[in-house]
Ligand binder design. Structure first.
Ligand SMILES: *Cc1c(COP(=O)(O)O)cnc(C)c1O
Length: 424
């Protein structure tokens, strides 16, 4: 007998979206060497690590090079200096979280995927549509059944339990529920009342909410940063957060996952199962990186990251103001680095056929509007977005723009969009 591979990998759909966007953008660039193309599709940050972070990492690196201060394997849950800093950060939202609930990780993506290890294979999963592709693919790999909660302009791209699509009209209750707020790709943010509805639903049915708070640092005003700000979450939710978007750690790798002691299923504490899993398969985030992450929570660190976050927010505002002027519907942009806009029907433009000549949209008249708009925007304005159709069925006719570009490029891209749509 030969080794057998996991057959569920055959069920994965080739990650077409970002590869296809990159392919079409490169082709445009090669064909138009004199035109400055502006990438508004990037999902990576561009501002460098704040100086407090790099200084802390240099000091930690020196410590590791001296026998008296050298450290080997660290605690599986992360060092207390960082866990305590996270605990204080939660206090700032009015959340009293026990230290034992806080686990340091190498980022939200790995924890979101690895967390599934502790759930049975026959659990049913609910994923909002459109969505960050990681939730879907990690469950396909495990052969789990996936239900979707559809979103649209009607629910402001914030699906609620009544938006769950059930087969043959029978009500189905998911065991695991993913929520992402502020959302990637839509930038939409749940209110406390909306989260309370999900929490009541999960508590009533014994479901667990996996709450992705990767963009919480973009939240302002009275909107919740953490699901634990809302009553009842301690018995039904796990929260995943990351230093990636907050402090430029996309390449440095650090995050945290919060699992309250009160979260119990089958008579077992979920945090105990997670510790068991981590201590078996994981040896923790480098000491040097944890010292860097700790520095993010210092007074100086908070000042420095606020500067970066404000920079991205200013870009988001430039985009949002432009769309307001153009009368285009969008979500996000205020408490998120993402703007999710409804594609104007450019197929009615007199020059549509001429502009898209030679693109895949020209060859395929039945292509989704979001790809047609993508091609038109690229050919006419040399601006690259991300077609919404790639994030799920509900994403059709939408386009995602990100605020992670430079201010100058964001401004120029919006001038080009305005000119393209012929209102100036
Ligand atoms: C970027 C991102 C993450 C976090 O990624 P890291 O692995 O921490 O870098 C998690 N969730 C969403 C929705 C994201 O966009």
């Amino acid at each position: 007998m030969a080794a057998k591979t996991n057959g569920y990998y055959d069920d994965l759909v080739e990650s077409y979206l970002f590869a296809e966007v990159a392919r079409r953008a490169s082709k445009y660039e090669a064909e138009h060497p004199d035109v400055k193309m502006i990438r508004m599709g990037i999902g990576d940050v561009t501002r460098p690590l704040p100086p407090v972070v790099t200084e802390a990492m240099k000091d930690a690196s020196d410590e590791m090079g001296r026998a008296e201060t050298f450290r080997g394997y660290g605690p599986y849950e992360g060092y207390d200096f960082l866990r305590e800093a996270v605990q204080r950060y939660y206090k700032g939202f009015g959340v009293d979280m026990e230290l034992s609930a806080i686990f340091i990780s190498d980022g939200a993506k790995s924890d979101l995927g690895n967390f599934l290890d502790i759930f049975a294979q026959d659990n049913t999963v609910l994923v909002p549509d459109p969505v960050y592709p990681v939730y879907v693919d990690t469950n396909i790999m495990a052969g789990r059944r996936i239900l979707y909660a559809m979103s649209s302009e009607e629910n402001g791209f914030l699906p609620m339990p009544e938006d769950i699509v059930s087969e043959e009209g029978k009500a189905e209750i998911p065991d695991i529920i993913y929520l992402c707020s502020p959302n990637n790709p839509t930038g939409a943010v749940y209110t406390r009342e909306q989260l309370k509805t999900w929490i009541d639903y999960a508590n009533a049915n014994g479901s667990i909410i996996l709450f992705d708070a990767a963009y919480e640092c973009f939240v302002t005003g009275d909107l919740p940063h953490s699901i634990f700000e809302v009553e009842g979450a301690r018995t039904c939710a796990v929260e995943f957060c990351s230093f990636s978007k907050k402090a430029g750690f996309t390449g440095t790798r650090c995050g945290y996952t919060v699992i309250p002691e009160d979260l119990v299923r089958d008579g077992k504490k979920i945090r105990d199962l997670w510790l068991r899993r981590q201590s078996t398969k994981y040896n923790g985030v480098p000491y040097i990186v944890q010292r860097g992450a700790e520095a993010v929570f210092t007074e100086e660190g908070e000042k420095q990251i606020a500067w970066n976050i404000d920079y991205y927010k200013e870009n988001a505002k430039i985009i949002a103001d432009t769309l307001d002027r153009l009368g285009i519907y969008y979500t996000g942009g205020k408490n998120s680095p993402y703007i999710w806009l409804r594609c104007p029907d450019i197929t009615k433009c007199a020059d549509y056929d001429e502009v898209i000549a030679g693109t895949p949209s020209a060859a395929d008249p039945d292509a989704p509007l979001s790809w047609k708009f993508f091609d038109y925007l690229l050919q006419k304005a040399a601006v690259v977005g991300t077609p919404g159709a790639g994030f799920g069925t509900s994403g059709e006719a939408f386009l995602r723009l990100t605020a992670f570009s430079t201010k100058e490029n964001t401004q120029e891209a919006m001038e080009r969009l305005t000119k393209m749509l012929g209102t100036e």
